[in-house]
Design a protein around this ligand. Sequence first.
Ligand code: 5GP
Length: 183
Amino acid sequence: MTAGKLIVLTGPSGVGKGTLLRSLRQRHPDLCLSISATTRPPRQGEVDGVDYHFLSRQGFQEKIAQDAFVEWAEFAGNYYGTPRQSLETQMAQGHWVILEIEVEGARQVRRSFPEALLIFVRPPSFAELERRLRGRDRDSEAAIQRRLERAKEELQAADEFDVQVTNAVVEEALRELESAVFG
Ligand code: 5GP
């Protein structure tokens, strides 16, 4: 059985991880994306089982108790986690799998999968991160404030990761991401 490669994209909310990942997958459709579970309510247009597996808090806690997550964390008042079974199946089939997760979860992945490639995406500045978080108009003011507070801590963790990519210009960040992933 071939073991796949595990790649983690982390960094603060609003930095553009999702956009980078979508572009990367368009160019490399063979890369698999892990679909996370969350207790956050779906945003407009988000589909259960596609964007996330949307769970109740109780449902999520039951899965924690069953050890059903490779990693999980509380972020801005909600739980987020990577389901173990689908990840293990994809890896066992030899696929390259990408997780798009916050920093605490990335640290847990590093402990469980020391061979994983961990990539931290930075904003060009804190002011630009705030502008992006507000500009995407997805979250309430309270949620934006929680995400900004968390971002301050997350940015201090950047040095812990294998590669840092600054997302100032998407095309450039994408090229750096590609060279980190494909060498
Ligand atoms: P959002 O609510 O904006 O979709 O996600 C909030 C944060 O949670 C983002 O930084 C996102 O990368 C992170 N996240 C998404 N899925 C997971 C997961 O499975 N585990 C962890 N630890 N973080 C996640």
